[in-house]
Design a protein around this ligand. Structure first.
Ligand code: ADP
Length: 344
C-alpha cells in the first residue's frame, strides 16, 4: 500500500503539487488521471525519491522509499523510456540493475521473455523503437518481482497492439494481488484499465473514487430532440413530467428518458421532430468538465460533445516519453520530460 500525505512540491513560482493526500489500494489498477501539467510525474518522482517534496510525505508499506533495502524488490517503475543508456544492450541494462539489487541473473532472461524482447536482448537499446523501449522499461520495472508497480503514461506513442498488451499486463499484475499505479491524461484509456481513479488538476486532488462510482456519477443517458415547433415540444414534455434543457445548437436534451415514450407522445400530439436520438454522456467529457479549470493551456472553447480540440495545446504534439525506470538511475540521469522542467 502507498500512502501519500499532504504532498507538496514547489518549483520557483510553480506549485506543481499542492497538499495531495490519497492512498493507493492493493490488488487493483489505480488510474492517476489529470491533464498535462497537473503534477502526475512530479508526484510519481517524489514517490520514488527522485524529487524532494517541499512538504508532506509518501509511505510505501509504512516506509519512506529511502528506507527500502534493495528497492526494486518492493517497487518497480517505468517513468521515462529514454533514460536507458543507448549504447548498452537490453540484457546488460537489466543485468546491472539486477546486480545492484541482488536479484538473481536468471530473472533477466525471465523478464525479457515476459515482455517479448528475448530476440533482441543482445542489441543496443539505442536502436529500439518506442514500443521496444517501453517494453524494456516495463521489463526493468518487473525485474525485482515487486508488489508495487508504477507506470507513467505507459501507452503514450504505442501502436494499438502495444496498447492492448500494456492494458492486459496491468490487469494481470493487479489480479496477482499487486498494487498497480498508472498515470494517464486520457479518461478513455483509464476507463478500459483502471478499477480506481485518483484525479488531479493543478496539483490538487479533484476526485478519489472507484471507476464504477465515476461511471455512475457521470455517464448518464439522455435523449436529444430537435423540432421546428420547440415551444409545443417543450409544453408537451413538461405536461408529461419530463424536463428538457436546451442544447448549445438549438436542440433539447431530456435526461434519463425513454426514447420510445417520447416518440409515441409526439406522434400522438402531431408535433414534428427533426431529430430524436438516444445519447450517452462520454466519460472523457465528464473528466474534461472536472478538470476544465485546471488545464495549463487551452486551445479554445470546450466542445459540447466529443474530444476533438479539447486537449491542451502541447498534448497532441508532445513526443511520447522515453521509457526508463527512474529508480535505476543516479541523479545525473534523473531527467524530466522536457526542457521546461529544469529543477529550480
Ligand atoms: P504531468 O505529469 O501531470 O503532465 P508534471 O508533474 O510534469 O505534470 O508538471 C507539473 C507542473 O510542474 C507543470 O507546470 C510543470 O511545468 C512543472 N514542473 C515539473 N517539473 C519541473 C521542474 N523540474 N522544474 C520546474 N517546473 C517543473
Amino acid at each position: 500500500m502507498i500512502e501519500v500525505h499532504e504532498l507538496t512540491k514547489r518549483y520557483g513560482d510553480t506549485l506543481a503539487v499542492d497538499r495531495l493526500s490519497f492512498t493507493i489500494p492493493t490488488g487493483v489498477v489505480t488510474g492517476f488521471l489529470g491533464p498535462n501539467g497537473a503534477g502526475k510525474s512530479t508526484t510519481m518522482r517524489m514517490m520514488l525519491d527522485l524529487d524532494r517534496p517541499t512538504a508532506g510525505s509518501v509511505r510505501i508499506d509504512g516506509k519512506h522509499y529511502g528506507q527500502l533495502r534493495e528497492p526494486l524488490k518492493y517497487i518497480g517503475a517505468l517513468l521515462e523510456a529514454k533514460a536507458v543508456h543507448p549504447g548498452r544492450t537490453a540484457y546488460n541494462h537489466l543485468l546491472w540493475m539486477a546486480q545492484s539489487n541482488r536479484i538473481p541473473t536468471r530473472r533477466v532472461d525471465e523478464v525479457l521473455s515476459l515482455v517479448g524482447l528475448t530476440a533482441v536482448a543482445k542489441k543496443r537499446s539505442g536502436g529500439f523503437s518506442l514500443g521496444m523501449g517501453q517494453r524494456l522499461g516495463i521489463a526493468a520495472a518487473l525485474l525485482g518481482d515487486p508488489k508495487i508497480l508504477m507506470f507513467d503514461e505507459p501507452v503514450n506513442g504505442l501502436d494499438p497492439e502495444g496498447i492492448l498488451w500494456v492494458r492486459n499486463l496491468m490487469k494481470a499484475l493487479a489480479a496477482e494481488g499487486r498494487t498497480v499505479f498508472v498515470s494517464s491524461h486520457l479518461m478513455s484509456e483509464m476507463a478500459l484499465t483502471a478499477d480506481h481513479l485518483i484525479v488531479i488538476g493543478q496539483g490538487r486532488l479533484l476526485a478519489d473514487l472507484s471507476m464504477n462510482e465515476f461511471i455512475d456519477q457521470n455517464s448518464h443517458s439522455f435523449v436529444r430532440l430537435r423540432s421546428p415547433q420547440p415551444e409545443r415540444l417543450l409544453d408537451l414534455l413538461t405536461a408529461n413530467g419530463m424536463s428538457a434543457r436546451p442544447d448549445s445548437d438549438g436542440a433539447f436534451e431530456v435526461v434519463d428518458a425513454d426514447p420510445a415514450r417520447i416518440g409515441d407522445l409526439v406522434a400522438a400530439h402531431g408535433v414534428t421532430l427533426h431529430e430524436l436520438s438516444p445519447q450517452r454522456a462520454s466519460l472523457e467529457e465528464a473528466f474534461m468538465r472536472m478538470t476544465a479549470d485546471s488545464v495549463e493551456y487551452h486551445t479554445g472553447a470546450m466542445p459540447t460533445h466529443g474530444l476533438s480540440g479539447a486537449l491542451p495545446a502541447d498534448e497532441a504534439a508532445e513526443p511520447p516519453p522515453a521509457p526508463a525506470p527512474a529508480s535505476a538511475w543516479g541523479a545525473d540521469w534523473r531527467s524530466t520530460k522536457g526542457n521546461k522542467k529544469k529543477e529550480s
